[in-house]
Design a protein around this ligand. Structure first.
Ligand code: PLP
Length: 477
């Protein structure tokens, strides 16, 4: 067998021969020489595998057209962008793995406009070097009532910068009830330590009193830190020190109070019928000296960490060399500016800001949408699963309203009972949906795949691609 196999292998055309095929020459015009060469090498490796199999298949695979087809498929695969638009039908509006906030159109246009040369750090009136923060600072101060503002890459960076600037080598008292883990790798104790500060835990898990901070404050104390319990709530025998009281305490000791708010929206969400979520403006009004929050959580903008507060402190932050390492990209600044501009007109905010639009989308509208798209999905899944319109609950995600959910509607996909096991069948359907040109991501629970339609905007694009659905493994008989 070995002699035959090596004979067969020698029948595989060499790279230089394949590159001379006229069809491959044409591929070079499209993809470039390097990529085509890589694809030919990878096709050869595949052919060597095929040669190990039966002779007939090997002979077919060696035909010129078959080799060209193989090279072209490889090139298509290689050229597929890694970052792709997807349909987030998970039921989590701000899904960190799916890019959190969906940007408004005005932000996308502003980002495109800033993608070439732009005045990111250039004062057009004076014709000289300007300040990167200038594009955002006046919006942020007018929307929060703070004296000054600066912006970095994300809220984790904002917290790092505050601690490293104001408390390097010194003590930071923080309540044991606020030593949170946000997910990913943001754990408050680690951030405090890595920022070069000494954490001093005060109070207990469930109760922390002003006197606990009072006892902890000493000559080495740099600032007081309060952290919003973004992703959990405590009930029962609990107490914590409100911002206003903590601010008074900090003032008495001549210390700044920094509050890490996490999700920071710039309007009172109650005006849209949603539960109250503290705003940076409220926390500033209660006496905090610095407030940090994210750009891509409830705010609905691009990934950024925003710091607002007292001018003298913000100036210190800007002088920290770390600020340079954490600075925002020009397109992010442009996108964030466009989002902040929308907040100037809260009446029309829901029309323009997708995050808010999704949050307040009416249950009835989502149900109507589900009824409209159901037949198309049902038609392509007919052989493998049933599709039903069912009520469900969406969550906000990314540490906002952790215990509250919103009534919504989902398409529930249940595989027909089959010999291969319904769990495997369900996984195959979920995979097929993820393999669509615009991947569809749902949520599996208790043997059912739910597509929560709260965040589905482009109904036509969703439906138009469904005919391409191919269930791997042929689906149940
Ligand atoms: C989300 C959150 C962070 C981290 O913010 P990123 O923008 O994800 O870096 C920090 N602190 C709190 C309280 C949060 O909720």
């Amino acid at each position: 067998m070995n002699r035959d196999a090596s004979l067969a292998r020698s029948a595989i055309p060499s790279v230089s021969r394949v590159l001379e095929f006229p069809a491959v020459q044409q591929l070079m015009d499209v993809y470039g020489r390097n990529l085509v060469k890589q694809a030919v090498r990878s096709a050869q490796a595949e052919l060597r595998e095929v040669m190990k199999g039966d002779a007939q298949a090997a002979a077919a695979a060696l035909r010129e057209e078959a080799v060209i087809e193989r090279v072209e498929q490889t090139l298509k695969r290689m050229n597929q962008p890694s970052m792709q638009r997807v349909f987030n039908l998970t039921g989590t509006i701000l899904h960190t793995n799916l890019g959190r906030a969906c940007l408004p159109q005005s932000a996308v246009s502003a980002m495109a406009a800033a993608s070439g040369s732009c005045n990111v750090e250039y004062d057009l009136a004076a014709g000289q070097r300007g300040d990167r923060d200038a594009h955002l600072e006046s919006w942020l101060t007018s929307l929060t009532g703070a004296e000054a503002a600066t912006v970095v890459n994300n809220n984790a960076a904002a917290v790092m910068l505050v601690l490293n600037t104001l408390a390097l080598g010194r003590q930071v008292p923080v309540s044991r009830g606020e030593l949170v883990e946000i997910g990913g790798s943001f754990r408050m104790p680690d951030i405090i330590t890595r920022a070069g500060c000494h954490m001093v835990e005060v109070g207990t898990t469930n109760r922390t009193h002003a006197s606990d901070y009072e006892h902890a404050i000493g000559p080495q104390t740099a600032l007081l830190l309060k952290v919003h319990r973004s992703n959990f709530e405590m009930e029962g025998f609990v107490s914590s020190v409100p911002e206003s009281e903590l601010a008074g305490l900090a003032r008495n000791h001549d210390l700044p109070l920094a509050v890490d708010l996490g999700s920071g929206t710039l309007v009172d969400l109650e005006r849209y019928g949603l539960p109250h979520e503290p705003t940076p403006g409220e926390i500033i009004a209660k006496g905090a000296d610095l407030v940090t929050f994210s750009g891509d959580k409830l705010l609905g903008g691009p990934q950024a960490g925003i710091i607002v507060g007292r001018k003298a402190l913000i100036e210190q932050l800007k002088l920290n060399p770390m600020k340079r390492a954490l600075r925002l990209d020009k397109t992010t600044i442009a996108g964030l500016e466009a989002v902040l501009r929308l907040y100037a007109d809260p009446d029309r905010l829901p029309e323009h800001l997708p995050t808010l639009k999704f949050l307040i989308r009416k249950e009835g509208d989502i149900r109507d949408l589900a009824e409209r798209v159901k037949p198309a999905l049902e038609a392509v899944l007919e052989a493998s699963a049933s599709v039903d319109v069912v009520p469900c609950r969406s969550q906000v995600g990314s540490g906002s309203f952790p215990t509250q959910t919103l009534p919504s509607t989902a398409l529930a996909i249940r595989p027909h009972p089959g010999e291969s096991g319904t769990d495997k069948a369900l996984q195959r359907i979920a995979l097929a949906l993820r393999r669509l040109p615009l991947p569809v991501i749902g949520r599996i629970r208790d043997g059912v795949l739910y597509l929560d339609l709260r965040c589905l905007e482009d109904e036509a694009a969703f439906q138009d691609q469904l005919h391409e659905l191919e269930i791997p493994g042929g689906g149940p008989p």
